[in-house]
Ligand binder design. Structure first.
Ligand SMILES: [Zn+2]
Length: 423
């Protein structure tokens, strides 16, 4: 038996629906992956974990001065609610969060540019902003073809800096509000916080010769709102399922674990939960291979390695053996590899990125209808993963040193907010 891109692609089609953290659909996809892993002959089970969730019941924004107009908004999940009946606030556009703007935000509804990053949130909270407004999309978006994104205040922000009233709107509306010189607005937000349940799907194939050495395969199977997540990242999920099938039929020397992570899009919550729950076995982990985004027709292969330059050279040579052009580099990658590298486990990511104009991520365009994915391109990453897995598993002595370069450790610490990024 060999791997089959066709079979992988068929499974991808079956699981092409929105799978947001803690939703019934995420659970349904987990059950489907579990059944598939079991049918391949592997021992498999589901591990649940708790996720801080939020549900927004009502969100409203009306500019009241010098004109009156209501705009479409979404409330941030885990945001603070306004008092019943809402609040009336002066409006301020802080195009940067330099002191010249921060000095003016106290007690106001503050619109910022771009994503609400943790450092921005800290500044706005400390400066006393009464509400935070962000926007997404572009000023030329057609309402019928786009969504007003739903965002969340992650615990990494609310735990240290407290919760806030926060709303997201469309870029075109944000531009209109600023252009028309809004000075006052009425805001209503009613939100509820609760603990949701997400899950990782976990399978294992015991090694025949060196069972005490563990190679871990990972891919997240959740998606963001409005996205069917076929590219990000059911593509990676079906690829590691093929590897599981292959190694179930061709027993590996070393133990192989296959994890499909839930809630990656909420801050790597599945892999963080898994590494925390399995801390005692991480000493046995020799490598983590993560796949996050694949199958793009027009694209390129990238392999960020969270280990050492020696590991980069090794992976690069393996890609050359099979004639796959791949940019292998020592770098962090924002995915489930991070909690492993944080615990000292070397990690390799295999990704195939869609190029500009042929790669859609984190919105409704991550969908088969966008015509940017195909089976042949999925096979490229599948073959890379298979070759890497076969070569490391078959090695007499494990070829990748269990070491994380200091520059990667620094990047991981910055990523996990333990350290200020270098200016
Ligand atoms: Zn992803």
């Amino acid at each position: 038996m060999n791997v089959s891109a066709r079979r992988a692609y068929a499974l991808l089609k079956e699981l092409a629906y929105e799978r947001v953290s803690c939703s019934a659909a995420e659970k349904q996809a987990a059950q489907r992956l579990l059944a598939e892993a079991q049918s391949a002959g592997a021992q498999a089970h589901i591990e649940e974990f708790t996720v801080p969730c939020g549900k927004v019941h009502h969100a409203k924004l009306v500019v009241t001065k010098p004109y009156v107009k209501e705009y479409q908004v979404t409330g941030y999940e885990r945001a603070a609610s306004t008092p019943e009946g809402g609040v009336d606030l002066p409006f301020y556009y802080a195009e940067t969060l330099l002191p010249v703007h921060l000095e003016n935000v106290k007690g106001k509804a503050v619109l910022i540019n771009g994503r609400l990053r943790r450092a921005d949130y800290e500044k706005l909270q400390k400066a006393g902003a009464a509400a935070i407004l962000t926007f997404s999309g572009s000023t030329i978006d057609r309402i019928s073809e786009t969504d007003c994104d739903i965002r969340k205040l992650r615990e990494t922000m609310t735990e240290p800096f407290g919760s806030a009233v926060a709303l997201n709107m469309r870029a075109a509306d944000a531009a209109e509000i600023v252009r028309r010189g809004a000075t006052e607005m009425h805001i209503e937000l009613s939100a509820e916080n609760y603990d949701g349940i997400s899950q990782n799907v976990c399978a294992v194939i015991e090694g025949t010769e060196k069972p005490e050495e563990i190679i871990s395969f990972g891919a997240h199977y959740d998606s963001v709102y409005f996205s069917t997540g076929v590219y990000d990242n059911m593509s990676g999920s079906v690829i590691i399922m093929e590897l599981l099938r292959y190694f179930a039929a061709h027993p590996p020397k070393r133990t192989m674990k296959f994890n499909w992570y839930g809630s990656e899009e909420q801050g790597l919550l599945g892999s963080k939960a898994w590494t925390a729950a399995h801390e005692d076995e991480l000493a046995k982990h020799v490598l983590m291979i993560n796949i996050d985004v694949a199958a793009a027709t027009l694209g390129q292969n990238i392999a960020p390695v969270l280990a050492t330059e020696a590991a980069v050279g090794y992976v690069d040579a393996l890609m050359k053996e099979i004639g796959v052009a791949c940019q292998v580099k020592l770098d962090i990658y924002s995915s489930d590899c991070v909690p492993f590298a944080d615990k000292g486990v070397p990690a390799v990511n295999l990704c195939r990125f869609g190029t500009a104009g042929a790669g859609y991520i984190h919105d409704r365009r991550d969908n088969f209808k966008s015509n940017y994915l195909d089976e042949k391109s999925l096979n490229i990453t599948l073959q890379q993963a298979l070759h890497l897995a076969q070569r490391v598993d078959g090695a007499a002595s494990f070829p990748i040193e269990k070491k994380i370069a200091p520059e990667i450790k620094d990047k991981v610490d910055e990523y996990l907010f333990r350290k200020e990024p270098k200016a």
